[in-house]
Write a protein that binds this ligand. Structure first.
Ligand code: GDP
Length: 306
């Protein structure tokens, strides 16, 4: 099974797969449209969350960074009057340094991430969605901001009028991800932000054509008009997507065979319009057990769909 992932909701679900006999069942394609160069190093927030999660290093209190990391370099730079756009831990920074060194030696982003995966002793395959540079920007009442500046520096507070992705029209699916997609019939669209996490992956050239041939199941990141976390609601509003599970489903309707909504969601069945089945499951992943249960239900649903 191929899992399409952002950096918070879907990683929680991947944690459910990776701690069970199902760990060999998944390969992960990760959003890179939130990547940013910081102090000459390429930071890939969503990819790194997956790498740290799968190597048991992730700080799961925040869902980014390495647990028990220190921030000495970040603070020293600050004291010297050099303000970085993101708060980067010392151990986390070493990942960015290795990736950037590999890139400067001529390796592709997929190859660099694959090397990090091997260094971290991770058996699950992890691919960036593309090797090409892609950046998400938001138009706000404070001007046009890189997604990371909007979310981290500005704490997601500015009013958003539009979201757009630089480089997406020229970008190709990374060769390793493409090969994995060709070798697998099942694709899971994880519970991630449909605009800035899943949106860029689906916007890649040929991606929709490939997914149309697959059995695709998606999990809603929205429950009863609210996001579990993050800025999804504001970004969906800016893209005129209805703030509901059925709004998310309608974004994916040409691709999906099944859609999972939370048991607590108040969307009526009649609001889901399209040629796909709707399943109600407990999707609130507040514990490892909850993530494992949802992972198991997903395997059962795929068996039922294929
Ligand atoms: P980002 O890359 O950090 O923006 O993270 P993602 O896009 O991967 O995840 C953000 C989305 O995950 C938000 O829309 C949340 O509503 C959703 N999310 C977070 N936790 C959960 C959860 O436990 N269950 C479900 N269904 N969605 C969740």
């Amino acid at each position: 099974m191929i899992v399409l992932s952002g950096g918070t909701g879907t990683p929680k679900l991947i944690q459910g797969f990776s701690n069970t006999e199902m760990s060999d069942e998944i390969k992960v394609i990760v959003n890179t449209a939130e990547d940013k160069w910081v102090s000459s190093n390429l930071v890939c927030p969503d990819v790194d969350t997956i790498l740290y999660l799968l190597s048991n290093k992730l700080d799961t209190s925040k869902w980014w960074g390495i647990k028990n990391d220190t921030f000495k370099t970040y603070h020293q730079l600050q004291e010297l009057g050099y303000e970085e756009d993101m708060m980067i831990g010392d151990m986390d920074r070493s990942t960015h340094i290795i990736r950037t060194s590999l890139l400067s030696e001529g390796k592709s982003l997929s190859e660099s991430i694959n090397s990090l995966r091997i260094l971290f002793d991770i058996s699950t395959e992890v691919y960036p969605m593309s090797d090409d540079p892609i950046s998400t920007y938001v138009n706000t009442d404070k001007g046009t901001l890189h997604y990371q500046d909007f979310w981290i520096k500005e704490k997601g507070l500015p009013e958003v009028s539009d979201v757009w992705i630089e480089g997406i029209n020229e970008a190709k699916i990374s060769p390793m991800a493409l090969k994995a997609l060709h070798n697998d019939d099942r694709v899971l669209i994880g519970p991630s932000n449909p605009v800035t996490s899943i949106g860029p992956i689906l916007a890649l050239k040929e991606m929709r054509d490939i997914l149309e041939e697959k059995t695709v199941l998606a999990v809603s990141p929205i429950i009863s008009k609210k996001a579990f976390s993050g800025p999804a609601v504001n970004l969906m509003k800016a893209k005129n997507i209805e703030i509901s599970s059925s709004g998310v489903a309608s974004e994916y309707k040409e691709l999906i065979d099944g859609f999972i909504v939370d048991v607590r969601d108040d969307c009526p069945l009649s609001s889901f319009k399209g040629d796909y089945k709707v399943y109600r499951e407990d999707t609130l992943m507040t514990s490892l057990n909850a993530s494992k249960n949802l992972a198991r239900s997903i395997i059962n649903i795929f068996d039922n769909l294929s």
